[in-house]
Design a binder for this molecule. Structure first.
Ligand code: SF4
Length: 361
């Protein structure tokens, strides 16, 4: 199949065309055309089975697949973390997620394509190509196999490589978190995504407070080994993000910042990315909070603003991808050629100057 996953901001549904033999996916997932290797084995098509029915495959982020020799792809900045995704369709229905049960196109997560391979092939490639990465991240879905399937996938990855492994899960179960650490995970990610109770309820359902309580308890039980994700652009104010960052830092939780990727909800509404200027302010504020500098101020419009002294403490690193150590997630949130929300590699002097300029109101 030929996938055109790059259609963001157009307001149109993602284009998808099938070629004649239905195999050998060629993916425009990171700005250049990427081709899954025909000799790389047998890339599977996504059949949307629950994990219980589909547990002999693994999905691999297209940039990771290219580094592992499973695909060909021109990449300006290589991924430093190998990103893997459990196959099947999630039974949950987060409004912003391309893997949600009602999502029309589950071939993506963020704006990346994830071709599906036989599990043994993906694990073999990971084992052989471990030295090309500094970390592995397993993104999980809540499929019909439940916690057992998540644990099983994580254990197989941990067995295949000596790399530190992050496992990103949606759970309320401390038992699963404990079990993942016993199995050898380095970090467990409990993505919060939204920073207010109302937005949390609207976009994912469930209790925001319970999730916060779990993050605090898990971080206290496993210090330095719990991470979370925050998505900017779900309708929150800059002030609300800042307060969440302060709280999470106080609890010792690592935060990966994401910009909302354009996605169409079940109701046909298009959610669109945040303004880059707002994102830059949040990145700069995050850097200050996490490096124990005084928090910046907030104005009456609930925007973050910085004194000159604040900004002296903000380096280029503040605008690079954040989250687990060595996770740079190239092209997760942006099209190649666009100014990235999260720089996956170091910024040039010019990029840094522009980013800093954007932090000023
Ligand atoms: S920050 Fe990166 S490595 Fe960590 S859980 Fe998120 S995507 Fe995975």
């Amino acid at each position: 199949m030929l996938y055109n996953v790059e259609n963001e901001g157009s307001g149109k549904e993602t284009d998808r065309m099938a070629n004649s033999n239905g195999s050998n996916p060629m993916v425009n997932g990171n700005g250049s055309n990427c081709m899954v290797n025909s000799n790389g084995g047998n890339p599977m098509t996504n059949n949307n089975n629950g994990i219980g029915e589909d547990s002999d495959t693994m999905r691999v982020a297209i940039g990771t697949a290219a580094v592992l020799g499973l695909a060909r792809c021109k990449q300006e900045c290589l991924p430093t973390t190998a990103h893997l995704l459990m196959p099947g369709q999630c039974l949950l229905d987060c409004a912003f997620c391309a893997q949600a049960s009602s999502a029309p196109d589950t071939d993506r997560l963020s704006r990346i394509a994830w071709p599906e391979f036989e599990l043994s092939q993906a694990l073999k490639a990971l084992e052989a190509g471990s030295s090309k990465f500094k970390r592995v991240c397993l993104q999980t879905i809540n499929g019909s196999g439940g916690a057992e399937a998540i644990l099983d996938y994580a254990m197989q990855i941990i067995k295949a490589t000596d790399l530190p492994t992050s496992v990103d899960i949606r759970t309320t179960d401390m038992g699963l978190i404990d079990a993942l650490f016993v199995a050898g995970a380095d970090v467990v990610g409990l993505p919060l995504d939204a920073v207010t109770p109302q937005i949390y309820e609207d976009v994912r359902g469930g209790s925001f407070q319970e999730h916060l309580d779990l993050l605090e308890a898990a971080s206290s039980k496993h210090p330095g080994r719990i991470s979370t994700h925050i998505i900017v652009g779900l309708g929150e104010s800059e002030k609300e993000i800042l307060r969440a960052l302060e709280k999470l830092h106080e609890w010792g939780v690592r935060v990966g910042l994401f910009a909302l990727t354009t996605v169409q909800t079940e109701q046909g509404k298009w959610l669109t990315p945040p303004r880059l200027e707002a994102y830059r302010r949040i990145q700069a504020a995050k850097w200050l909070v996490e490096n124990n500098h005084p928090s910046p101020s907030v104005n009456r419009a609930r925007e973050i603003y910085f004194s000159d002294k604040d900004l002296l403490n903000v380096p280029g690193r503040a605008f690079q991808t954040s989250g687990c150590k060595d996770c740079n997630r190239p092209y997760y949130n942006e099209r190649p050629g666009d100014v990235p929300f999260n720089y996956p590699c170091s910024l040039s002097r010019e990029d840094y100057k522009t980013a800093m300029k954007m932090t000023r109101l």
